[in-house]
Write a protein that binds this ligand. Sequence first.
Ligand SMILES: N[C@@H](CCC(=O)N[C@@H](CS)C(=O)NCC(=O)O)C(=O)O
Length: 243
Amino acid sequence: MRYELYYWPTIQGRGEFVRLALEEAQAAYVDVARGLKKEGAGVPALLKLLDGKTVAQPPFAPPFLKAGPLIIGQTPNILLFLGQRHGLAPRSEAGRLWANQLQLTIADFIVEVHDTHHPIASGLYYEDQREEARRRAADFLEVRLSRYLGYFERLLAASPGKAAWLAGRSLTYPDLSLFQVVAGLRYAFPRAVQRFERKCPRVVELHDRVAARPRIAAYLASDRRIPFNEQGIFRHYPELDLA
Ligand SMILES: N[C@@H](CCC(=O)N[C@@H](CS)C(=O)NCC(=O)O)C(=O)O
């Protein structure tokens, strides 16, 4: 079966957490909204499933994944599904709940990253909330970044086995997502993150280990990986970074 991923075509965004899992699983998938409108793909195909007229349980927002008759929305929910199917999740119920809990924490984290450039409203331009963004980003870099990354650092320090993973003794989908968070933070806040990385060596090492996995490395080097840009979650506005 070939999965259909529906996500905005020009950004990594939340879709990237799903893409990374699909790539690591070597699953057959099509990134529908990046396809051609004249071939029934593109953004219109995404909007058609969102509008609820043809789907009994329409998702609220992308990303969503079509797997045969199933249409699954919410990033952690999609990863819960893919993780179990493709050996990217712990086998026990307790382990699966733990992986899901980690993914939900990452979801909270990326909302806070998003709010550094859009603290007032997603529908307004960054330029219309620049001052508030400055204040929000300063607090994020001073307080929240270390709270989240420190948490993951502690988990990795307590991980069993030689190589530290977030959920058990091998890679699971939250590891892929933490890789993406570190990559995104490095893009968005290079100065702050460079200073901070000394304090979370295990998180940095996990990032590097995930990046070096053959399937992930091949994906990152391919044109399937959309470059970071200033429309996604991780945006680089130098004035929001540390001086
Ligand atoms: N909690 C959802 C959030 C989905 C979401 O916010 N999607 C964004 C793009 S990353 C979107 O298109 N939102 C449209 C909207 O909120 O109206 C998830 O984790 O998938």
